[in-house]
Ligand binder design. Sequence first.
Ligand code: PXP
Length: 240
Amino acid sequence: MRLAVNVDHFATIRQARQGSEPDPVLVALLAEQAGAEGIVIHLRGDRRHIQERDLRLLREVVKTKLNLEMAASEEMKEIALRVKPDVVSLVPERREELTTEGGLSVKAAQTHLGPFIRGLQKAGVRVSIFVDPDPGQIRACAKVGVNLIEINTGKFADLKPGEVRDRALQEIKEAASLGHSLGLEVHAGHGLDYRNVAEIVALPEIVELSIGFSIVARAAIVGVVQAVAEMKALLEKSGK
Ligand code: PXP
């Protein structure tokens, strides 16, 4: 089970004063030293946290794997083709949202997504889709030509223990099995923290987690290296 660390919210802190610190590039290097197997950033249309400068520098210095989350827009496609991250993760984006609110509506956008994805793949960029644990959407991902998906764990993560949360976990479990049976590499993320991650780690088909906010929040208390190492240890417990 690999850990990819999303460093967006270090950039959020920097942008609060529009200065140069903390630098998400330094954080990414520290996260790699602490065992992260990938670095994730979301370049938003409104540039609220990550800037193009961060993307350029991270492309140069990240030694593991750079995953660029972005909307499937022409602006972002042009940037991705220029910078060539290892992976592009396609996410829906609404200007008013605090964070990504759900998976991409793949079924409804197949005609746009097909050529968009092929354009990136031809340039050597691997493409992933952030998708809700919905069987129809997972099948649409396979049809549209990706070989990688990230299942949205946000609904599960937001719920208190009980039947509804158990059902949300079951949906993730079934979505991961379906994705795997369709030949997709299955990742997961959103809202995962030091308490709830164990239940997702236990799912055999999921091979990578993308975790941001909880690590940034913990890093504010104990430092980046320790916060990443603690999360790494929880993932290693799975023995996967
Ligand atoms: N995966 C995707 C597609 C996301 O948009 C985000 C949030 O940027 C994450 C994972 C990480 O979520 P969190 O910050 O809640 O760990």
